[in-house]
Structures are given as C-alpha cells and as structure tokens.
Design a protein around this ligand. Structure first.
Ligand code: NAD
Ligand code: UGA
Length: 460
C-alpha cells in the first residue's frame, strides 16, 4: 500500500482548518497543506498572533502553534498543493441552494464540482480524493464521473470521510472522537486513510462502510441530533402551559439508558451552519425518491425549530404589554452556541429580526462576534434596509453597557460569563419592571426573582 506523505485539504474553514491541524499534529511525518481561495482567511491562518486565527475554538491555538511551519501549511496555491498531494480532502462549503431546482432545500454542490474539475485538470499521478464536506448520498458517483473522464490516465480513489466535530468543542472532538467514519470501495485507499487516523484514534473507533452508507450516515446523524432538540423544544411549550419543568422532564427521561441524557437541553432553537441545511437536504433527497412520508417526518424538525424562535420573540412582546416599540432590549449573545464566533443560522438573528419588525431598540453584546458580522447577518435577511438595521440595532463590546437602561435582557447564547455577572448591579441600571428572557435556561430563577427581576425561561 502506498504510504501517504503529503495531504492537501481544499477549504480552510471551520472544518478544514481544525481537522487538518489535528491530523498534522498527530502525524508529524506527513506534510499537510490547507488551501483556500480566500486570501484573507489564509493570511489569518498564517498570522503570527494565534489570537487572530479565523476560527475561534478553545485549544486550537496550541495545536496550530505546535504544527504550523513544521508539517502544517496554509496557502492559496491550490494547483501546486493538488499536484503534490497523495491524498486530497475536499472540505469546502455545501450550502443550501438559493436558486433554481431544489432552491431552499437541496445542497449546492457547485464548490464541490469546481474542486473536482480542478483536481482533474491538475493531477498528474494517482490520488486518493476524500469527501470531508457533508454531501448528499451518491455524490461520490458524480465526483467519480468528473474525475474519470479527463482522459489523462490518472487513477482516482474516492473515499467518504464525513466530519462529526461540533463547533466550540472541535479540538476535543477531534482528539477524542466517538468514531471516525470512512466509506469507500478500494481496500487499499481505505487502509491509507485509516492509518492517518490510527496515529491517535483507537482502531475500534474507526468504522469502515460502503460509500453510500458513509455519505448518508452524516446527514442522518445530524438529523437525529437536531430531532432531539426539536423534540425537547416541543415539550418545552407543553411544560409552560402545564406547570411541568422541561429540565426536570429531560432529567427524568434522560436517566433511561435507552434515551440517554445528552442533547436534551431546551433552547430558543438550534442554529449553526449544518442542522437545518442537512435536514433540508435529507428532505429533498427523500422527495426526489418520492418518499413523501419520510420527507414530511424530517421536515417537521425544521418547522418545530422555526416555531421555537418565533415563539420566543412573541413571548417577549406579549410579556412586555404587547409592544416593544422604542423599548431597549439587551441581547446577550449572538453566536449560535457558546465558545464559537460562528453565527450561521443563529437563533439570535431571527429573534432580533422579529423584534426589529416591531421597532424595538436592540443592543447586542457577544464576547466573540464582531459588529460587522452581526450587521452582515441581518442585512443578509433583506427584511429592511441596512440603514434601518443600523438605526434599530446597536452593537457594544461590554455587557453592562448593553444592559444599562434596558427594559429587558434576552439571553440568546449560553456563554458562561453571563452567569457570573453582578445581576444586582445590572438590575439597578435597568428600567423597572426589569425583564429577563432566558432563551438558554442559563440563570438561576430563584436568585433572579430574589433580586426583583421578572424572569421568563423556556419550558418553565
Ligand atoms: P466554511 O465556509 O467555513 O469553509 C469552506 C471554505 O472553502 C471557505 O473558506 C471557502 O473559501 C473555501 N472554498 C470554497 N470553494 C473553494 C475552492 N474551489 N477552492 C478552494 N477553497 C474553496 O465551511 P465549513 O463550516 O468548514 O464546512 C465545510 C463542510 O463541512 C460543509 O459541507 C459542512 O456541511 C461540513 N461540516 C461542517 C461542520 C461545522 O461544524 N462547521 C461540521 C461537520 C461538517
Ligand atoms: C453539529 C453536530 O453536533 C456535529 O456532530 C456535526 O458535525 C455538526 O453539527 C455539523 O455537521 O456541522 P454544531 O452545529 O457545531 O455541531 O453544534 P451542536 O453542539 O450540535 O449545536 C447545534 C445547535 O443546537 C446549537 O444552536 C445548540 O445551542 C443547539 N442545542 C444543542 C440545543 O439547543 N440543545 C441541545 O441539547 C443541544
């Protein structure tokens, strides 16, 4: 079997960057080059100041610091990196299509196809091509078609190796994965990739399957995870009208080892770049095979999640005497979860949009998200003009400033630091009555009530 000496990864994003950094860290004899078309992103990966890496993940700075310049390189020279590699990972974005057939549901594979065409054009010797991006089942067939019809006599082996890391815990997830999944047809190519991971992952956690099982398992894993969140969120609404407490219900059912206690935290709704996109993709695939009951079943997970975001915004409006017009609402958190600067599909965006429609004055504080990003997220929705977004929503870099003079605080992300605030001091600066809407069930109800807040938390 051919030994892998050089790995190239196309796409230096939230997956490509951290995944390749860990592969390089654990395989010091393999040269790993991560390439991207985005010059600014590559420059940030190469920044001497490790605080400026383009992806914020706890522990990532140490991994990059250890491997970068030794056997880990970030570059914009895509062709050269393709030419030199024995193994090429494709880790580019696969967003939901915004045009044409499948608009709003199917995965847009144009970036994947571009990579395949570029590899086909540049490669002069045999390569193993690894799908790292999340892809519709049977994408490998299309890749194969593109790669094998170039007529330059190069042999390509395609593997599927979906990534299961979660943002905010990417480095620990990569260091200690529940499993690594490798799908393929060629035993030698599979073994070559198994060996890369076996440098630190116990063999029994490296699963090998056929290509289609591997591609489909990624979509299914995300669908099952998101389904748990929508399930507990559905119950949170029932708790609010019956006097049950959703955390107590989650604990009671989670103790059943068949159900398990993880991923049962009720919230303002799941966000992130993948759950929604991947379920929509699954729904689309099911529909293309005319499996409408299957499609409807999974679509409900998204419908429930949209409902949860709307419900939270409506709760704020209704509790504040049915109008938030001109009222100052402090948003604590904008990222889709704690410990990441990623805001893609964050519930905060949609809750803000709803409140801005009602002419609320929203002031946002997030420890890791920039003002530019927040305005970009809102402008992208196209609900109102960029000028109106800036008139109605302000971003500050200090939580106490966001909360000063506020009618209400809304917690959108579960950042640990929010728990440690001096809530007695916050109360002094807020308008009375002082409302707290806790979309993450982060704060202590008893303590907040003792301080005199009107406190609402999901599912209580
Ligand atoms: P991302 O948008 O952060 O990064 C993708 C990068 O690919 C971008 O920097 C882009 O410039 C680059 N790119 C696109 N086309 C290119 C081309 N032709 N040549 C060179 N570079 C190109 O995306 P991401 O979050 O890293 O996700 C990548 C894939 O991994 C997606 O399919 C996603 O579903 C999947 N995934 C993501 C996560 C996650 O936590 N974000 C987890 C598991 C799987
Ligand atoms: C998720 C999966 O957990 C990863 O395994 C997968 O690789 C990744 O998607 C992907 O394919 O992109 P991620 O979206 O980064 O990872 O983060 P999660 O921890 O799964 O959280 C997703 C969303 O669900 C967040 O908004 C989070 O706040 C919310 N959530 C999660 C809840 O509301 N309640 C929970 O109990 C768990």
């Amino acid at each position: 079997m051919k030994e892998i000496k050089k790995i190239t990864c196309i796409g230096a994003g939230y997956v490509g960057g951290p995944t390749m950094s860990v592969i390089a860290q654990k395989n010091p004899d393999v040269e790993v080059t991560v390439v991207d078309l985005n010059h600014a992103r590559i420059a940030a990966w190469n920044d001497e100041d490790l605080d400026k890496l383009p992806v914020y993940e706890p522990g990532l700075d140490a991994v990059v610091g250890e491997a970068r310049g030794r056997n880990l390189f970030f570059s914009t020279e895509v062709d050269r990196a393709i030419d030199e590699a024995d193994m090429i990972f494709i880790s580019v974005n696969t967003p939901t299509k915004t045009y044409g057939k499948g608009k709003g549901q199917a995965a847009d594979l144009k970036f994947i196809e571009l990579c395949a065409r570029q590899i086909a054009a540049v490669a002069k010797n045999d390569k193993i091509v690894v799908e790292k991006s999340t892809l519709p089942v049977r994408t490998a067939e299309a890749l194969k078609n593109i790669l094998e019809n170039t007529g330059n006599g190069v042999n390509f082996h395609i593997l599927s190796n979906p990534e299961f890391l979660a943002e905010g815990t990417a480095v620990t997830d990569l260091h200690n994965p529940d499993r690594v999944l490798i799908g393929g047809e060629d035993a030698e190519a599979i073994e070559a990739l198994v060996n890369v991971y076996a440098a630190w992952v116990p063999r029994e956690r490296i699963l090998t399957t056929n290509l289609w099982s591997s591609e489909l398992s990624k979509l299914v894993a995300n669908a099952f995870l998101a389904q748990r969140v929508s399930s507990i969120n559905a119950i949170s609404e029932l708790c609010e009208v019956t006097g049950a407490n959703v955390d107590e219900v989650a604990r009671a059912i989670g103790q059943d080892s068949r159900i398990g206690g993880k991923f049962l935290k009720a919230s303002v709704g799941f966000g992130g770049s993948c759950f929604q996109k991947d379920i929509l993709n699954l729904v689309y695939i099911a529909r293309t095979y005319n499996l409408h009951e299957v499609a409807d079943y999974w679509e409900q997970v998204i419908i429930m999640n949209d409902h949860q975001k709307t419900r939270f915004a409506e709760k704020i409006i209704q509790t504040m005497y049915n109008t938030v017009n001109g009222k100052h609402i402090a948003f604590l958190g904008w990222a889709f979860k704690k410990d990441t600067n990623d805001t893609r599909e964050s519930a905060a965006i949609y809750v803000a949009d709803h409140l801005l429609d009602e002419e609320a004055q929203v002031v946002v504080y997030d420890p890791k998200v920039s003002a530019e990003q927040i305005y970009r997220d809102l402008d992208y929705l196209g609900t109102r003009s960029p000028e109106d977004n800036r008139r109605l929503l302000k971003v500050v870099d200090n939580a106490y400033e966001a909360l000063d003079g506020a009618h209400a605080a809304a917690i959108l992300t579960e950042w640990d630091e929010f728990k440690g605030y001096d809530w007695a001091k916050v109360k002094e600066g807020m308008k009375k009555p002082s409302f707290v809407f806790d979309g993450r069930k982060l704060l202590d109800r008893k303590e907040l009530n003792r301080l005199g807040f009107a406190y609402y938390a999901i599912g209580e």
